[in-house]
Design a binder for this molecule. Sequence first.
Ligand code: DAH
Length: 369
Amino acid sequence: MSGPNTSFDPKQVSSLNAAAVEAMVSDAMAAILAAVDLADLKDVRLAHAGDRSALALANREIGALPPAAKADAGKRVGEARAAVKAALEDRQTALEGERDERVLAEESVDVTLPAVREQVGGRHPLTTLMERVCDVFVAMGYDIAEGPEVEAEWVNFDALNVPPDHPARTMQDTFYVTASDSGVVLRTQTSPIQIRAMLDRPLPIYVVAPGRVFRTDELDATHTPVFHQVEGLAVDENITMADLKGTLDHFAQEMFGEGIVTRLRPSYFPFTEPSAELDVQCFVCRGASVGNPDQACRTCGSEGWIEWGGCGMVNPRVLQAVGIDSEKYRGFAFGMGIERTLMFRNGVTDMRDMVEGDVRFTRAFGLES
Ligand code: DAH
């Protein structure tokens, strides 16, 4: 190892003379000022203050100087490096500030701009109405029952005491699956769910059954080949027609408003005996329009009553068909159309509006839960 070279003159080490160090500093300062962003500045820092920068290399030369020269050169290079470091820090702070401002500006949100609204649909009113019907009966302790839309002819007709020669079974009304003698139909009513409920469930039975039904009708303002019904069935000991009437009155009030009652008119259905047509009191005029031309009512046609469905006491022959002791048990049943209910309840005048799927129709009911 050789000792320090005492004859060494720092003025002759070109990288350590004042002019050279000044030039390194001014190079560095120019580069620092020219850095336009933080990535640029990173490169500048490496080039002018990094281990291999001119100033770092000059610093290394100091060690080799004679002691007399060391202090002078050390001070010069030290000050130069400190100045460059300070300038780098200033520029770093300035560029970070610029970046933050730019990001704030770019990411700012103008809350006064009109929003792009998502197109939302509405649940179909038939769906919400059926749910509402179910809620009314579930609150009274009923179960919800279901059945298949493709149904055995026996369940859809025979078990319900609809004889083979009944006009409803002809090709005009019923969609047969494959051939007319296939024994399989698209259910024409929700009443077959009564049969399935009685076959499947233990007694007593209290069920409500909404569902889609099918008939060979042309689509027009008052008919649609696919529509919905809701069926009710109660089978228990000591059931009477008074229970049926009370249940229907409660149902009518829940659907149409307080105080609305029902009316039963004698009728005929094969699966009930006695049977009745079920009318609901007009919830708009409450009968005030009857015989009163000044107060004509569009909802009930000034009849005071609106035809709502059918009902009756379950025919003992139906109970027998499903193996229920008709001496011990009795039942009541009712069924009504959901489309028809929606029509007079919500003033829908054309059934086609319900099936065409135009969102402008459903959206009008969109707020109904
Ligand atoms: N299923 C009948 C129809 O589609 C409606 C009906 C009438 C259902 C009387 C019943 C009832 O449960 O007891 O026309």
